[in-house]
Write a protein that binds this ligand. Sequence first.
Ligand code: UD1
Ligand code: UDP
Length: 389
Amino acid sequence: MKIIWVAGARPNFMKIAPIWKAMAAWNAGQVSAKTRFCPLLVHTGQHYDANMSDVFFRDLALPEPDYALGVGSGTHAEQTGRVMMAFEQILAREKPDAVGVVGDVNSTCACALATAKCYVLTGNRTPLLIHVEAGLRSGDRLMPEEINRLVTDALANVLFTTEESGTQNLLKEGIPPERIHFVGNVMVDSLLQALERDQATSRRFEPLAPSTGYGLVTLHRPSNVDDPALLVDIIAALQGIGQNIPLYMPIHPRTRAQWSDANMINLDSVATDRLPESPGLYGLPPLGYHDFLGLMRQAAFIITDSGGVQEESTVLGVPCITLRENTERPITVTVGTNVLLGRNPRALQEQVDRILRGEWKSGASPPGWDGHAAERIVSVLAKLGEGNQ
Ligand code: UD1
Ligand code: UDP
């Protein structure tokens, strides 16, 4: 089966990497070329800074992409349109049997649309469209990702879900049950692999870890950071918390564009004596995967609006406060360590105090978040491949 995997933005790389490895492991056990996968990797270039893209190729041992589309930033229509135009050419040239997209970013939706409409270009045959992390719904259509999820799932032929709510959402939307496969969470595969190999280490950041502990913050949702008044309130609340316990915040480029006067720590200075001497809110550049996981697993708590970080903190058992009204990942709240605070920064201090008093739930890892999701995906795809021979 010739299958194109699409990555475009930061949270895509840790989802593709375990699938890539599982495909290689499957191929190694096949005697016939017919039953092997022939994977190709396309990087759309939605994220392009070295610390939003290249670092993940290194940390996750991903191969160089077969195609780098270099689409860059733009409005939603510009970015989606540019990915569609560039990806259509790849489809016409490669005529794949299948296209795999992950998550909910613009690149995911754009490649799903191009794939679903490429019948003539690919020799009067539409490739199978595979969506990994299907069915997640926040119920909030102001969130660009929710539109991407709805469109991608409506078009996909094979839908892999990470939690029961995903499966139920798809069934409610009329997706035939035989298309839906609950496989667990590939992002957790990457996380557990990094822990097993002792790669997720905070050694580099030990000088930043005082005996009081520290909190970790990531914010990049437009609903938080593109609203200047709200961002000012959030930063003020974080600075208040930082008076008692240091907060480290790797700053996403979208957030950096709105908050350029952050009190930044230069990463090169982490191992030297030029470190902050007092508690406070300190910015860091976006971190590589291993550095970020290292900092996250040792944190006393996490404040975030990231989808992936809600999941990872649940698996790591680290208390997580999510500055959003909703989550498309409800299992992180019902089973994990996550609490939804709404867009209500003034309530942050009270929640952090609860955590520091040890009054937080301990949580557990959700079903199927066990490090083997990619293997389950590959075995479903292998069966589909057999059926097509
Ligand atoms: C995108 C995804 C979001 C995901 C996030 C992960 C969509 C609609 N949004 O949001 O779901 O949670 O990625 O991080 O697909 N920029 C840079 N360098 C980069 C990338 C972006 O400077 O390498 C800046 C640009 O000014 C750009 C802005 O960040 O305009 C936003 O980037 P974009 O990819 O449009 O959306 P994200 O906010 O990153
Ligand atoms: N992450 C990282 N460095 C950072 C911040 C996050 O490696 O500085 C990782 C994080 O561990 C998770 C993924 O990026 O695996 C989440 O991506 P992001 O928050 O950008 O997107 P979302 O999940 O919200 O779509």
